[in-house]
Design a protein around this ligand. Sequence first.
Ligand code: DI6
Ligand code: FE
Length: 399
Amino acid sequence: MSQPDRLWINVTLFDGLTTAGQPMAVAVTKGLIERVCPMSELPAGERVAGEVIDAEGRLLTPGLVDCHTHLVFGGSRAGEFEARLEGKSYEDIARAGGGILSTVRATRAACEDELFAAALPRLEALMSEGVTTVEIKSGYGLTVEDELKMLRVARRLGCERPVQVVTTLLGAHALPPEYKDDADGYIELVCNRMIPAAAAEGLADAVDVFCEGIGFSVAQCQRVYAAAKQHGLAIKGHTEQLSNLGGSAAAARAGALSVDHIEYLDEAGVTALAEAGTVATLLPGAFYMLRETQVPPIALLRRHKVPMALATDANPGTSPIFSLRLMLNMACTLFRLTPLEALSGVTTHGAQALGLHQHTGRIAPGLRADFCLWNTSNPAELAYSVGLPTLAKRVFAGH
Ligand code: DI6
Ligand code: FE
């Protein structure tokens, strides 16, 4: 057998789904995981071309996956936060032309370099807590050029830092003022101009929609999904966040990788996810910031064995939170996930929500060597404490 570039020994392993019951070893070659075995099965005198890292019993997990963010945007919505504290609702603010549309104005006014400079510290905050894969959506441009501008910034973030960036075109996020009273006309622009342009330039991996009373109807979202599929792009949906329109089931039937938020999802919707193999992505940051009370149907998702991913939804309006560790805590305290379910949500199931589960999100042979080594041996610690820097080492593609 060839000699691995790196050998991790005496590891407490969480492989993305479960913890191993005994000390483990992980061998890495050319940026990929070559072998995972109990220490007791490591051949005596195992030779290593490069480094041996003794974890001394500390926890090794897959690199974290934040499968739903809006990291690229201009401006701030602190004023809207204050207005909500005074009693205005998120929907009232949106209908009055604030909310998403106020970020659209600031994002349109910013050039690529400005958006890049603003997004970089947000990305670095996520990376500093162990994120090795992050999805970034557009959706604050709402013209062909401004949406492509956002996606270019997202791609550039992935080129300039050791992290995998997956990009999602969210043209159908809100109705821009130019199309006021013509939502179908705008959906036509998304389908006939934005999606083809993003696909032609290789700028988008997936297409997302906001299926909601203050967003787009199920029928409009279905048109977007059809156009995305025509151009070979994966699909996702912001669905059942503020009301139940049946958007999750429609997305699942169209083959969506994930449906996200889903506070108002009912059992028929859960069944549709189970049948389609669609991931349910939980976003407790938005739930918390909007002081929602309707909790996603966790027991039903468990019963129907729907994989649950967990993400920050980092965005200037409903989740100005750039900490995936905090989401682990919130998923447990607010949604009653177990710490291991939450951890699977930011590893295995987060990767599945991006269609990347053959490449990252688990510690298994053949996958990319994306790891976090933590200053603890107990995975529950990662969901339990908030604010302590417990990450000892972050490894992306073996380095
Ligand atoms: N739902 C959300 O939580 C984000 N987008 C969406 O469709 C919020 C976006 C924002 O308020 O800026
Ligand atoms: Fe979102």
